[in-house]
Design a protein around this ligand. Structure first.
Ligand code: HEM
Length: 410
């Protein structure tokens, strides 16, 4: 019997994850990705100088769990070498392990649980801001503000600085709106260096005046690095602050907006949560994280490797589309259907292996409390047909704007 082997040419496409048109309307992204997955669990794109796209659940799990073969640098197709590697996300073990061990105690379920009351207060303060109006721009008034305020409290950075880094992170992630690739690269570099200047001031302040916050702790913790146990340098602290900031904002923002979208589209599922939030919310949050997942992570091969029936040469770049794994019919029954009661939901929205999301306990707390209070206070929220949401692409998918309407709180 002859087996016909597929070559790279057989699975070559031209999809560019940074092309803004693939995000609008939102389901276009999922449809495009499903079309690619139907070709093969691993395909090749000519965009950004050429890279592989990994789509299958099994193949993605394999990549995430094997950092010796799939290096985490670079993590982005659009990268700026002048920034250096983001810590810890772009480092491989054993270097990664040392930084991760230093950070992990700051993000444990127990420590994050202690933030519950603060998260609930913040959620209710934000809802107070629009509940009586009967309408809101959900992203600006809630989904963006919540993770930003929680992050500021965690790091103990001044609340009034939020607009500064919101703008800079947007530019770093999405480039210059409407700009050419060259203009976007330049804008990214400028925004990045502006952020480094900001972090430097905070780091110096905490070095002199330590508190109980995460920033103070990482400034004053000795880390067992391959070159010996020592305090982190300013440059390392800068690259760590940057990653923490970028990691926790747009991801939660997007997931909250998808929650609204999916619950509006599935009123019977929304009712299941409203009728029994204590029982249903935890599985509902996992299902929302599964059905639309924010991250398209990047890797590069350290050796020639076989994956999804393809031979990938050493040094090639890959992206793993976690949202595609989470809609893989070989892993999830009826994967395009929202099922807030779904059991054994082993989704990969938070990744897996050594880089699995450090902020996942915090993200889950934010989402659970946010949905609990939104569904308690404005349970009939709806999208506005004549002013639909704007979603965005790149390697962090999400939502930029989402007008909503609901019965005003009396
Ligand atoms: C719904 C919200 C979130 C999602 C979907 C998400 C997803 C992810 C994913 C997929 C990764 C792994 C990327 C890779 O393997 O290359 C990751 C890593 C990370 N996330 Fe999250 N994240 C979320 C929220 C947060 C929050 C709130 C924080 C903290 C403030 C955070 C901090 C981090 C950090 C520090 C890493 C790097 C871990 C490492 O390299 O060891 N994330 N996240």
């Amino acid at each position: 019997m002859t087996t016909i082997e597929r070559t790279r040419a057989d699975v070559t496409v031209d999809l560019d994850f940074y092309d803004p048109t693939i995000a609008a309307p939102v389901d276009r992204f999922n449809d495009l990705v499903a079309d690619l997955a139907a070709i093969n669990p691993v395909v090749y794109s000519t965009a950004h100088g050429g890279h592989w796209i990994v789509l299958g659940y099994e193949e993605i799990t394999q990549v995430l769990r094997d950092p010796a073969t799939y290096s985490s640098y670079p993590n982005n197709l659009v990268t700026n070498e002048a920034f250096g590697k983001f810590i810890p996300i772009e480092l491989d073990p054993p270097e990664h392990t040392a930084y991760r061990r230093a950070l992990a105690p700051l993000f444990t379920p127990k420590r994050m649980s202690e933030l519950r009351e603060m998260v609930r207060e913040t959620v209710n303060e934000l809802i107070d801001g629009f509940a009586k109006k009967g309408e809101a721009e959900f992203v600006a008034e809630f989904a963006h503000e919540l993770p930003a305020r929680v992050f500021l409290a965690l790091m103990d950075w001044p609340v009034e600085d939020a607009p500064l880094f919101t703008e800079a992170t947007d530019i770093v992630l999405f480039g210059k709106p409407g700009g050419t690739e060259e203009e976007s690269l330049q804008a990214r570099a400028m925004a990045g260096f502006q952020m480094f200047g900001y972090f430097q001031k905070i780091i110096e302040d905490r070095r002199a005046n330590p508190g109980q916050d995460v920033t103070s702790t990482i400034v004053h913790t000795e880390v067992a690095l391959p070159d010996g146990k020592r305090l982190l340098t300013d440059e390392e602290l800068n690259r760590m602050c940057f990653l923490l900031l970028v990691a926790g904002l747009h991801t939660v923002q997007g997931s909250l907006a998808w929650a609204v979208k999916h619950l509006v589209e599935n009123p019977e599922q929304r009712k299941l949560i409203i009728d029994d939030p204590g029982e249903v919310l935890p599985t509902a949050v996992e299902e929302i994280l599964r059905i639309d997942s924010a991250i398209i992570a990047g890797r590069s091969t350290t050796r020639e490797v076989q994956l999804g029936g393809m031979t990938i040469p050493e040094g090639d770049q890959l992206v793993v589309v976690l949202g595609a794994a989470n809609r893989d019919g070989r892993q999830f029954e009826d994967p395009t259907r929202l099922d807030v009661l779904r059991k054994h939901n082993r989704h990969l929205a938070f990744g897996g292996g050594p880089h699995q999301c450090l902020g996942m306990h915090l993200a889950r707390i934010e989402m659970n409390i946010a949905l609990e209070e939104l569904l308690r206070r404005i349970p009939d929220f709806d999208l506005v047909a004549e002013d639909p949401p704007t979603y965005h692409s790149s390697q962090v998918r999400g939502c930029a704007r989402m007008p909503i309407r609901f019965t005003p709180e009396s």
